[in-house]
Design a protein around this ligand. Structure first.
Ligand code: ATP
Ligand code: LTN
Length: 334
């Protein structure tokens, strides 16, 4: 708890360009959680270097992501928006937690298996230890809840195991975090293969709507979206392409699938695609305008980066000092 609020932690990697999936599935929910919780939203740049990065590109993307957090509507006075690399406690706690994590449990991590298959030329120790750094992120802030997608649940489970193990030895040091899975309809699928999720690392640019795509590009991508030959607008599993379009439409408008099916009764796929494209463009245009305006205000963003890093350091160091003391490191002389 911080004050009378529970603590929430989440983070995103600054790798690749964010997609509509990242926005509707994560960022948009993050905004609505800032009233109820004391939120820490981190740009996890230390996780990013588990795959090789161009330094100039990484720096630029990290700043763009932090700017996007604000543009999406997160109030940086209320929630703490910061770079992981500005708070050295993350790396320090991760080292300590490495010593409380077993090779056997890490060997079961499916993301490591997937990512090492994808980056066979660079299977580094950091990629293997990725979940421990994630555990450190969460446990440093004594987070009660962590909004994540399904793919991250296994990492949250190992975080809880590590925390419980540590608490069993040293007493109540860490809060045990709970996953928070967002509302329904938040899983946005690829426009080219509705069997697979829309992902920023997809090589086919037509599969994803990027948050910075202009209206024409958005319309074109929706026109090309893969559907089916059933020629009827129904919300059902057998028509995953149409279902995905309806999900996107619902997520942007707040309508229910039933309402959308009624709205398009007797209409063709072309009309649905146009309507979804326009709604998405209408959703993203103001976001893009806010990004453009914020990007010009260097001093404002710099101020947020500095103040929030200090705020994060304060809370993170409190936990880190406690952990260091518990495990027997010599106390600091003040
Ligand atoms: P990558 O392709 O690099 O693995 P990604 O696009 O799958 O990236 P992540 O960085 O793994 O995205 O996820 C950031 C956040 O966005 C997570 O909370 C994740 O659950 C959410 N997210 C990612 N893709 C989607 C999607 N298609 N639909 C809904 N939420 C998504
Ligand atoms: N691994 C996560 C990003 C991430 C994260 C975290 C999410 C790093 N640290 C802590 C929640 C809490 C991802 O790839 N989506």
């Amino acid at each position: 708890m911080i004050g009378d609020q529970k603590v929430l932690f989440s983070g995103m990697q600054a790798t690749g360009n964010l997609t509509l999936g990242n926005y509707l599935g994560a960022l948009k929910n993050w905004v609505s959680l800032t009233d109820e919780y004391q939120c820490f939203y981190c740009v996890v740049d230390e996780h990013s270097i588990t795959v090789r990065q161009d330094p100039a590109v990484l720096r630029k993307r990290a700043r763009a992501l932090l700017t996007l957090y604000i543009a999406a509507g997160i109030d940086p006075e209320k929630a703490c928006l910061y770079y992981q690399s500005h708070v050295s406690a993350h790396a320090e706690l991760a080292w300590i937690l490495n010593c409380f994590t077993y090779m056997g449990e890490m060997n079961r991590m499916t993301q490591f298996k997937d990512k090492s298959a994808k980056h066979a030329d660079n299977i580094n120790v950091g990629l293997f230890a990725y979940p421990v750094l994630m555990a450190a992120d969460i446990l440093l802030y004594q987070a009660d809840i962590v909004p994540v997608g399904n793919d991250q649940l296994q990492h949250l489970e190992i975080t809880r195991d590590i925390a419980e193990r540590f608490n069993n030895i040293y007493g109540d040091v860490f809060t045990i975090p709970e996953p928070y899975i967002g509302k329904t309809g938040a899983r946005i699928m690829s426009l080219q293969d509705p069997g697979k999720k829309m992902s920023k690392s997809d090589e086919n640019p037509n599969a994803s709507i990027y948050l910075m795509d202009d209206r024409d590009t958005i319309m074109r991508k929706f026109k090309r979206a893969v559907t089916d030959s059933e020629a009827q607008i129904v919300y059902r599993e057998e028509q995953p392409g149409i279902r995905n379009l309806i999900d996107i439409y619902c997520s942007c408008t707040g309508k229910t699938p039933d309402e959308v099916v009624r709205e398009f009764d007797g209409k063709g796929y072309g009309e649905l695609k146009t309507a979804v494209g326009e709604t998405v463009a209408d959703t993203l245009t103001p976001l893009q305008e806010r990004v453009a305006a914020l990007s010009k205000d260097k001093a404002y963003i710099d101020g947020i980066i500095k103040n929030n890093a200090e705020k994060a350091q304060y809370f993170a160091n409190k936990t880190l000092r406690k952990v260091q003391h518990k495990i027997g490191f010599p106390d600091r002389i003040r």
